[in-house]
Design a binder for this molecule. Sequence first.
Ligand SMILES: *Cc1c(COP(=O)(O)O)cnc(C)c1O
Length: 366
Amino acid sequence: MTRIRNFTPGPVEVSEEVLSAQYGQQKLHVGADFAATYIRVTEGLQKIFGTSGHVAVVPGCGTLVNEMALGGYLAPGKRVLILDAGYFSSVLQRSVEGWGAEPVLLPVPEGQPLAPEALRTALTQQHYDLLCFTHVETSTSLLNPVKDYCQVARDAGVPVMVDSVSALGTCAAEMDAWGIDVMTSGSQKGLESVPGLGLVALSDRAWKHVESTGIRRGGVTDLLRWREQFDTARDWHPSLTTMPVGVVYALDVALQRMFSEGLSDRYQRHRTARDFLCAELADLGLEMQIRDGARAAGVTAVKTGGRFSSSDLVTYLMQHHQIRIAGGFGANKEEVFRVAHMGDHASIPALRPVVSGIAQFLQQLT
Ligand SMILES: *Cc1c(COP(=O)(O)O)cnc(C)c1O
């Protein structure tokens, strides 16, 4: 089997060490060994999210935990402001509607983040019960100025939920310091592990808020139940349901790798990889979708500039180089391609073959 080098933004390339942590004999989601691992994972995630609040680790995915988190805040009649920066905003919109609340979409300008002042205006014109946005909008590679938006939201007294599904692990997250109430992620992107877990962190203030609303959503989708289970049975049966056990062990190894590298060194490595890729592609005459200064550390979206269709490049790299990259999203699907630089692929040596493959593709066009 030819080994494919994976540069798609999720699931991302994963080290052998993380992959193999899943295997061996069947493991259980109960007992002291699993419990110790699960606790270590939740505590490690608290450091990465930057919060003293409990992090719920649940079977599933980013979309599920976004929906669970929204469920703790929303009831019919509540109104949510969503910054519409691309595809993943529309996914949030559906979840808001699913709980019977009203989403209001604020469009983000092309290629750059919304100015914090524009957010301030929107939050003062109407009452909102929640502000939602992506940390990184994976479909365009926009990095939102999270800290600035949180400041504006604090001033307006509106709680903040941040979807950090692809960003977490590639760049700093400081939930408590920045004033984020809820932040979500998944195991398969910036945290460089395998798919299967949704991660949802609430600040201590947000947990109190969720308790006080009295809104309880479902059984297993009720965040408070996950925390109660953890608090009452953490040493033996810390999760509410059966977990994808191997995935928890894999994430544990991935987090230990992150801590042994050091978080700030890791984030710097991602930025260096991004800057290298953007400079090399610019030398090839390509334009990034997002302006300098607002680009994600873990994924880069690049415009084809009308020179080719992104699906042709995707196919070429796979056929000639066994390199997998991703196309664009939505209406501009063929006009954008995306290269992820997460996990061990956030490095200059890992990206060199991608750059030379793209250069070859461009050469044979003419
Ligand atoms: C991938 C992604 C999601 C969806 O995550 P799933 O685990 O596929 O449900 C949501 N938001 C963002 C920003 C993402 O990148």
